[in-house]
Design a protein around this ligand. Structure first.
Ligand code: OAK
Length: 808
């Protein structure tokens, strides 16, 4: 739909009257929001239909991205931007006395993910559509999103996130496309003379209903689909569930994201979720494929299936199940098609996150899937017999000691395994998955993560975006690599000033938000130092905290010390059952209380821990950041993506040589990033030879001693228990993540930050260099590489990207 301001205003008023029988002046924010969503949706629905039709017409190969998490955040502004409607709608709303910013606040974040993996999936959805690529999401429509975080007395409290209370206005339920998923019971294989028939007994039949959300490409008349599945009771089975409790057992399957895994019930629910969305997705893909009478032994030429971490690894077995049991293909042919169709991304090397499931749990969830996995495993071992030694086979097989190793299933059952940053892939190849790399070197490849520059710069930071337009034009909005042209202007003092001014404006806005949200007053002229990510020991929020305590103690010694004022800003959720992470949250909050209420330090230091970190909060914090903390222990962070978002917004990074930080350093150069800490080789060496003694650092470094003592001697109030826990984790349990080892080097890097901030012009120059190089981390390019090198899919029109008319 071609839009003009006049037409938009007319349409908006018409739909508001039709939907709610209201005039603009009488409508509540939520009614205005819902009306706006309706108008926007009617603006892209025809394109959505046409995109799908053109895929079918051109028999285009599709990718289906299976992910147990998606974290899209709010869709309103990003859809408006991508449709090219943003300015018109903004002005039209103003004409009616309304504000897009305010209306947008009514949208509840779609928070169907925990962190990096889910957000990456959503960046990729946006990039696939914007690249004009045939890409579909496949996941779960959780009734409750990631918990809402509150702090009570400094402790994290988790509240349910009922994001569907007002309905989800973007999704379309497609009852007609529902499929049945079988779970539990028993299965017998009977030779009926023609093939082996799988007879299910006592299985539950669960109706999987898809909810489709249009994913709008950037100014390219292209709309893809993210399909999320909801569990319901099929009409034919209703009598089996006479009570509300019985019904709930089924419907609860898609209730919560990451059920509590500290008990059996929670763990089996998670495994059921994994099978549920995998089976629903695979069934609907194959059903659709068959509609056009194409031969199944060519399916891998038409369809690619991506396994986003191991949660959807049962795709391998489910695909086999359908080809074998429903389509009666022989094993070898089915296996060949499966391996050619599947690809897998690993997102972590942390041992505890590498999924393993007990065989008997899989038997309970889906006995036929277990049988197929056992057969894959048997054949794998058989094939290697005589080629590899016994130990190698035992180490790499899928089932070992009664456990099913999902990563092994994903690697053996796919043609591609990738890591998410150069270092991460190197670690997979040479360490964690070394055996598989030896076996299948051609299957391994790296795809460094990327972010959507549209959401994280164009939508989140209009001030900086305009400044960039003025310097280099608007081509970067279509191809983020063009941001690099900014480097030519590195000597342009006026531009540097403008970059500084945009940052200051954003800091003022964030300061106002902080005041409103927490009551804490912060000066926008202080350095805004930001660490935003999940709370995890390896991410080392604790190292940041120890440094803050050091700065505080220094100021207590000498309140007139000449220091650059800093505001340390945290945003982080801890997994509900992760005790140590919650202890760190409590300590940060108590240190914040102590510092923020101490008048003697003359406001030179403030600590703000914002509640309920998520996509929308990130959009407020990131544009206002001067410094981004990327301080994980080397080798532990697979990639990181907040590092990319922060640099894109002109924050300078304090970083270890971990994950994608290394590639950021390679792009911006050593002078434009603050690197510190152990390297990968040093960490690996310590871990191998076990010769790290954290207590030595405590005993020999008086600063460390003083800071740690503050956690146990009452200096920091209200952490009698938690302070000791931190102290013990570092000194008794010997500091698993080398916090004390890296402390001195971290302090040095932070001193360099303070020193650099004194020269504003040079600081802004460093910011510019970071912005200019952030385009290398555009998800559009990352996804293009997946498309070419893994999925073998092509854009709808090769001319799509960068050709849309420039209207800015
Ligand atoms: C979550 C659950 C299981 C395994 C991995 C994750 C996860 O979120 N990993 C994160 O993925 C991001 C996207 O690739 C990376 O940037 C993070 O480094 C990684 O921790």
């Amino acid at each position: 739909m071609k839009i003009t301001q006049e037409r938009f205003v007319r349409e908006f008023k018409k739909q508001l009257a039709e939907k709610f029988a209201l005039d603009v002046k009488d409508a509540a924010p939520i009614e205005l929001y819902q009306t706006l969503v309706s108008v926007v949706k009617s603006g892209y629905s025809e394109i959505w239909r046409n995109t799908w039709k053109s895929y079918v017409k051109n028999d285009q190969k599709q990718v289906y991205y299976f992910s147990i998490e998606f974290l899209p955040g709010r869709l309103l502004k990003s859809n408006l931007l991508n449709m090219g409607w943003y300015d018109v709608v903004d002005k039209g709303l103003k004409q009616m006395g309304l504000s897009l910013d305010k209306i947008s606040e009514s949208e509840v974040d779609m928070a169907l993910g925990n962190g990096g993996l889910g957000r990456l999936a959503s960046c990729f959805m946006d990039a696939l559509a914007s690249d004009g690529l045939p890409g579909n999401g496949n996941g779960i429509r959780y009734k409750y999103g990631l918990f809402k975080q509150k702090f009570v007395d400094g402790y994290q409290i988790e509240l349910p996130n009922e994001w569907l209370t007002d309905g989800n206005n973007w999704a379309v339920a497609r009852e007609s496309k529902a499929v049945d998923v079988l779970m539990g019971g028993q299965v017998h294989l009977i030779d009926n003379g023609k093939y082996l028939e799988a007879i299910y007994e006592g299985a539950d039949v669960i109706k999987a209903v898809p909810y489709d959300t249009g994913i709008v490409g950037y100014r390219n008349d292209h709309v893809n689909t993210m399909r999320l599945w909801d569990a319901q009771i099929p009409a034919s089975e209703e009598v089996k569930y006479p009570t509300i409790e019985d019904r709930r057992r089924v419907e609860d399957l898609t209730s919560v994201l990451y059920p509590d895994d500290s008990n059996y019930e929670g763990r089996i629910l998670r495994l059921k979720q994994e099978y549920f969305f995998t089976s629903a997705g695979i069934q609907s893909i194959i059903r659709h494929y068959k509609k056009y009478d194409r031969p199944l032994n060519e399916i891998s030429e038409h369809i690619a299936i991506h396994i986003n971490d191991t949660h959807p690894a049962m795709c391998v077995a489910e695909f086999m199940r359908i080809l074998l049991d429903k389509e009666h293909m022989d094993w070898d042919e089915a296996w060949q098609q499966t391996v050619k169709t599947m690809s897998y991304t690993n997102h972590t090397i942390m041992a505890e996150a590498l999924e393993k499931w007990p065989v008997e749990m899989l038997a309970t969830v889906q006995p036929r899937i277990l049988q197929i996995i056992q057969e894959i495993d048997r054949r794998y071992a058989l094939e290697l017999e005589g080629k590899k030694d016994h130990d190698f086979i035992e180490r790499t097989r899928i089932i070992k000691d009664g456990m099913v190793k999902m990563a092994h299933l994903a690697i053996i059952g796919s043609h591609s395994t990738n890591g998410v940053a150069k270092l991460h892939t190197e670690l997979l190849e040479n360490d964690v998955l070394r055996d598989f790399y030896e076996l299948y070197p051609e299957r391994f490849n790296n795809k460094t993560n990327g972010i959507t520059v549209r959401r994280w710069l164009q939508v989140a930071n209009p001030e900086l975006s305009k400044t960039i337009d003025q310097a280099i034009g608007t081509a970067w909005r279509f191809d983020a690599k063009k941001l690099h042209e900014l480097e030519k202007h590195v000597g342009d003092k006026k531009l540097l000033e403008k970059i500084g001014r945009a940052k200051l404006d954003n800091k003022k806005k964030l300061a106002a938000f902080i005041k409103e949200d927490t009551g804490i007053e912060v000066s926008p002229h202080a350095i805004f130092d930001v660490q935003i990510k999940r709370l995890h020991a390896y991410k080392r929020q604790l190292l940041n905290l120890l440094h803050i305590v050091k700065l505080y103690l220094d100021l207590k010694d000498d309140p007139n010390r000449d220091v650059e004022p800093r505001v340390f800003i945290f945003g982080a959720k801890a997994a509900p059952s992760y005790h140590y992470a919650k202890t760190i949250i409590k300590c940060i909050n108590e240190v914040a209380n102590m510092i923020n209420n101490d008048k003697t330090i003359n406001d030179k230091l403030k600590v703000v821990f914002l509640e309920n970190y998520g996509v929308s909060l990130a959009e407020k914090i990131i544009p206002a950041a001067d410094v981004g903390e990327q301080i994980s222990t080397a080798t532990k962070e697979a990639s990181g993506t907040s590092n990319m978002k922060l640099m894109l917004n002109g924050a300078l990074t304090v970083a270890t040589l971990d994950g994608a930080n290394i590639e950021i350093k390679d792009h911006v150069g050593e002078d434009n990033i603050f690197i510190f800490g152990l390297t990968k080789d040093e960490v690996l060496e310590y871990e191998k030879n076990h010769h790290y003694y954290a207590a030595e650092y405590y005993n020999s470094n008086p600063v460390i001693k003083r800071v740690l003592d503050a956690f146990v001697d009452g200096t920091i109030p209200n952490i009698e228990v938690e302070g000791h826990e931190i102290y013990d984790s570092l000194l008794r349990v010997n500091d698993e993540y080398f916090v004390l080892r890296d402390f001195a080097s971290y302090v040095q890097a932070q001193e360099a930050v303070s020193e650099a901030y004194k020269d504003k012009q040079n600081w802004n120059k460093m910011c510019l260099i970071n912005i200019a190089n952030a385009g290398y981390f555009s998800a559009d390019d990352t996804v293009e590489k997946y498309a070419k090198e893994i999925w073998d899919i092509k854009p709808n029109s090769t001319e799509m990207r960068g050709k849309a008319k420039d209207v800015y």
